[in-house]
Design a protein around this ligand. Sequence first.
Ligand SMILES: [Zn+2]
Length: 181
Amino acid sequence: MHHNPYAPPRARLSTRTPAMNESQAWREGDLAVLAPLGQLPPHCIRCAADAEQPIKERTVYWHTPWLYLLILISPLIYLIVALIARKRARVSPGLCSEHRTQRHHVVVGCLLASLAGIGLLVSGISASNSGIGLLGGFTLLAAIIFFLVKGRLVYATRIDANRIELKGCSEAFLASLPRRR
Ligand SMILES: [Zn+2]
């Protein structure tokens, strides 16, 4: 199922008009950039085919990288300041039915692996078996890393008053966006 540029626009849940959306989303290198009220086009971010409707809205967060210096003082202070200072944006990254199914498998797989890891960790600790405990901890960590790499849709690399910069879109999707530079 590929996007047909001549097809009439599909009904959208958003109240914004398609013309406005398109002028407010563009690419810059490997970034998809949105104006503050801009929306991503309703295409799969992995393969650019028509996205399955309805597209789930997701919140992305970003804070200035300078805040990471606070970790050197105290991870807890960093966490509190980051939670207060982080900026958020609502974005709608689409997925086609195939890529939605694929991501569903990644999410379920990572969840099951995390639970297995926690189970091993707990039984390793209660049985004072450091081998099983380490195996559990490693399984949990691997599940989290795999989810961050394979399960993440898009993430913000900057959010300010003028623009939202997103990474994680495929080249096929980026190629469907107008280019600004
Ligand atoms: Zn797709």
